[in-house]
Design a binder for this molecule. Structure first.
Ligand code: GDP
Ligand code: ZN
Length: 355
């Protein structure tokens, strides 16, 4: 047998995986693959971004089979992307005006995935150099160095391209900031491709759930996510401070008196202080606590229902959907880091094992 074919899954459509092969001298660089029954049996999910071993290439038909999934470096659930190593947060400095509170929320959300965020500020043509410097200094205080770009005047885009080269990057940010314009600039013609795919899958919510990776001219892959304005904070209250570089820094310099300090009004707290985003921290903390309590209530209600149905009779089947739901919740609590961005209305996993 010839040496193993290795590639990256760039799209998942129904039960097919579009795999881009590493080796460029092969007859084809993209194969449409199915998943080996063995993988199905062991419940091995195949995600966009996965590095896979492909077997039985049919070069004429452009087909193959995914035989193995290589270990993941990272895994995001929403959007379902494996091996991403960077999250590009795109905001505009004007039209719409830079909402620093919203940016702060996106940053915390990005940090909570464990994948490092990078801030790109578009439409820099609309503000003065002085305003630009102010924004930059402000973000430096937060612990981030933004890349200013203007698609309109084509500035800063080279620096951005360099930042993205060779990486798997997830692009997100609110609507209207110029994400599509940036992606179109980076990968000419990509918009039509996105259009084609959405056209084919145009069945209600499928369009928003679809994730696809696009190859950058300098190497590396880009995943576009639908614009949304309000990511949910799904982390626990204890870990929230970790998602603020300012708080992390304070915690390396000093310690709080209590190991379970939530940095509110506890005595001898190292985090509390007059740093700019401290009020954001307090606000997000309340949100996280509210959310956890809501989930707890929901969990209590669900377990009561479960007990009731058990009591009614053992021959009663538990609906399969339920099992899935439980599995999803437990996976969520097992590792919060796996949680990605989601629309407020909820966004189901891209791929389900519908065997
Ligand atoms: P998206 O919703 O984030 O994908 O944003 P779009 O790419 O659709 O852009 C939204 C609007 O901003 C469009 O009218 C663009 O022409 C405009 N726009 C994009 N980039 C720039 C820029 O660098 N400067 C200015 N002034 N307008 C821009
Ligand atoms: Zn503290």
């Amino acid at each position: 047998m010839s040496s193993a074919l290795i590639g990256t899954v760039v799209a998942v459509q129904a039960n097919y995986y579009r795999v881009q092969l590493d080796d460029t001298i092969l007859p084809l660089t993209i194969l449409l693959c199915t998943r080996r029954a063995r993988l199905k049996k062991i419940g091995q999910q195949v995600m966009v971004g996965d590095r896979v071993i492909v077997e039985e290439p049919d070069w004429e038909g452009g087909r193959g089979a995914v035989a193995e999934v290589l270990p993941r470096q990272s895994q995001l659930e929403r959007p379902a992307v494996a091996n991403a190593n960077q999250i590009l947060l795109v905001f505009s400095v004007a039209e719409p005006e830079l909402d620093t509170h919203q940016l702060s929320l996106f940053l915390v959300k990005a940090e909570s995935t464990g994948i490092s965020p990078c801030v790109c500020l578009n439409k820099s043509d609309l503000i003065s150099t002085q305003q630009l410097v102010e924004i930059r200094d402000n973000l430096l205080d937060w612990g981030y160095e933004p890349i200013f770009v203007s698609v309109k005047e084509q500035t800063g885009l080279e620096q951005l391209s360099e930042k993205l080269a060779g990486q798997i990057t997830i692009v997100c940010g609110p609507s209207g900031v110029g994400k599509s314009s940036i992606i179109n600039y980076l990968i000419p013609g990509v918009k039509q491709r996105i259009g084609e795919v959405s056209g084919k899958l145009n069945r209600g919510r499928h369009t928003t759930r679809h994730v696809e990776l696009f190859e950058l001219p300098l190497g590396g892959l880009l995943a576009d996510t639908p614009g949304f304005n309000q990511p949910d904070l799904t982390c626990s209250e204890e870990e929230l401070a970790d998602f603020f570089p300012e708080a992390r820094k304070r915690l390396t310099e000093a310690r709080c008196q209590f190991t379970d300090c939530l940095h509110r009004d506890e005595p001898n707290c190292a985090v509390r202080g007059d740093w700019e985003r401290y009020p954001d921290y307090l606000e997000f903390l309340e949100e996280v606590i509210d959310r956890q309590q809501a989930l707890q209530h929901q969990g209590d209600a669900e377990s009561t229902l479960k007990i009731k149905s058990k009591l009614k009779g053992s021959q009663e089947y538990e609906p399969k959907l339920d099992t899935k739901k439980y599995r999803r919740i437990s996976r969520r609590s097992q590792n919060q880091k796996l949680q990605g961005f989601s629309e407020s209305q909820g966004w189901e996993d891209n791929e389900e094992d519908l065997d």
